[in-house]
Design a binder for this molecule. Structure first.
Ligand code: ATP
Length: 510
């Protein structure tokens, strides 16, 4: 399956089964905005719950908050977002389409990269088994020439951006003869910086003074509350503050489904540490986040850790955790060592001290911060796309199954009376009442049992419980398991603990 087909299948499955719908679809949708449906919101809640439990409940020194989306506008001046949260933009005068200049250049580079791949493929064809790809890449003149072109373009682009020379960026686009993918013309406007923050106006204040931003990240709600939480919670360093919430960015190129949206959700944790210990905590959180992902069993080979070489102005170390999405490896999460940049800057802009007083050394200082920041929607896409399978069961039978980690599945158990009579629905009802206290459970009595299994496979339900005539006699039911499709007879009195042991959140922490 090509990458594009893979993503298309996930999108259409997500819509068909009530996971994700285009926003305001009856009006033809709004680009880069999506709604989570009845099953999508369950899956999303389970991911949140797993993250919150791992961060807040399992760590004595991490607490959670829920800050407002609207914040004092000075917050965003202090954080650097007003001045520096920009993308370089360029418009094509013929198509009136707007592009990110850096993306146009990246796409151009990707084309040269593809030519290198073709050179390598040719080499392989020519030399067969004796082909040494690394040596070929290091010595072939065509490959070396193309690689030099790529390096030159990258260097020029970086120099232009670092020197804030937008004319040089435009000159580069013209020199590379990059055309608009829609109009095919090279009729470009100048490049200008475009701030990604959405703004709106406070009701009671007119003019510029009333401008207020929708937060572009949740982190600042934590920084401005650092002292409130530290004092009211009597927290000692090192300690963390976690938060899950919406963030908004006016992304120029919003595509690839819920991967890049203008309204999305982040799960962030800022860990406050003594200056000088940040490198050690940075490694600690990288390892912890790796474990969190590994427990889900999405496959270690689907993750890549990518250290940043060029660091943001506030960071002294940073890495991306990339996931193998249907579109290839892309950023899922970031772990950043943010120094004392944010707290110091808020001290300067607010005039208030944001320091930790160490009662032992009697010193007071601005803590350093190590943060972990993961996009909830990207995690949702990682789980969903990784889960989607079309399985061949032999003899012409196939099934579409979502192999979602059991603990995250939107519906944990389906309760299926074999027939809608003879007291079986009543028995099913009894079981439903017991299990629904701890789990999201679905009752389904329509159609043959095979079709009902397929329906549950398609939404990723781990366990299907069938109540048959024998159940009335032996007080036992047949439990069918999603992945192995194996069946087991279980006493109704053991059901609650049987289900818990397989699908509860606790299984992810064992
Ligand atoms: P990208 O380079 O993909 O734009 P970023 O480096 O700007 O992402 P951060 O500012 O580090 O992202 O935000 C932390 C996390 O928030 C990202 O790792 C990602 O999972 C998520 N995220 C960022 N922007 C979006 C978006 N537009 N839609 C969905 N999730 C997003």
């Amino acid at each position: 399956m090509s990458q594009e087909d893979g993503l298309k299948k996930v999108i259409s499955h997500a819509k068909e089964y009530g996971f994700v719908f285009p926003s305001s679809e009856i009006y033809d949708g709004l680009s880069a905005a999506y709604d989570y449906g009845q099953l999508g919101s369950e899956l999303k809640n389970n991911i949140k719950n797993y993250w919150w439990t791992a961060m807040v409940r399992m760590n004595d020194n991490i607490v959670g908050i829920d800050a407002a989306i609207f914040m004092h506008p000075k917050t965003w001046k202090a954080s650097g977002h007003v001045d520096a949260f920009n993308d370089p933009l360029i418009d094509n005068k013929d198509s009136k389409k707007r592009y990110r200049a850096d993306v146009l250049i990246e796409d151009h580079i990707a084309k040269i990269d593809k030519k290198i791949d073709k050179d390598v493929a040719k080499g392989l064809k020519r030399f067969g088994d004796s082909f040494n790809e690394a040596e070929f890449r290091a010595t072939n003149t065509n490959v070396l020439r193309r690689q030099k072109t790529i390096d030159d373009i990258n260097d020029r682009f970086k120099d232009a951006m670092n020197g804030e020379n937008l004319d040089a960026v435009k000159a580069l686009i013209e020199e590379l003869e990059i055309v608009c993918p829609v109009s095919g013309s090279k009729n470009w406007t100048d490049v200008r910086q475009f701030n990604l923050m959405f703004n709106t106006e406070l009701g009671a204040v007119s003019g510029d003074a009333g401008i207020i931003y929708l937060r572009p990240e949740t982190a600042q709600g934590i920084f401005v509350n650092f002292l409130n939480v530290q004092k009211s919670g009597r927290m000692k360093l090192p300690f963390g503050i976690a938060q899950i919430g919406k963030a908004f960015r006016n992304e120029i190129i919003a595509r690839q489904f819920i991967f890049r949206m203008r309204e999305f959700e982040q799960m962030e944790m800022q860990f406050f540490v003594k200056p000088g210990t940040q490198a050690e905590w940075y490694e600690h959180w990288k390892a912890e986040r790796k474990k969190w992902h590994a427990s889900l069993g999405l496959g270690d080979e689907n993750y890549r850790f990518h250290d940043h070489i060029k660091l943001a102005h506030y960071a002294d170390a940073a890495c991306d955790i990339e996931f193998n999405f249907p579109m290839g490896f892309k950023e899922l999460e970031g772990v950043h060592s943010r120094t004392d940049f944010d707290l110091k800057s808020h001290e300067e802009h607010s005039g208030k001290k944001l320091r930790f007083f160490d009662p032992e050394t009697k010193e007071s200082f601005v803590p350093y911060v190590v943060e972990t920041s993961i996009g909830l929607d990207r995690m949702f896409l990682a789980v969903l796309s990784n889960a989607y399978r079309e399985e061949d069961l032999g003899e012409g039978n196939t099934r579409t199954v979502l192999k979602v980690p059991y603990a995250l599945a939107p519906v944990k158990v389906a309760i299926l009376p074999l027939v809608k009579k003879d007291g079986l629905p009543e028995k099913a009802e009894e079981i439903l009442k017991i299990l629904r206290i701890n789990h999201n459970v679905q009752y389904d009595a329509k159609d043959g049992i095979g079709r009902r299994y397929r329906r549950q496979d398609a939404i990723g339900t781990p366990l299907c419980i069938t109540i048959d005539h024998d159940s009335l006699e032996d007080n036992a039911v047949t439990v069918r398991e999603r992945d192995g499709m194996t069946q087991e007879r279980i006493a109704i009195s053991d059901l609650a603990s049987y289900v818990d042991a397989r699908v509860s959140m606790a299984t992810l922490f064992s």
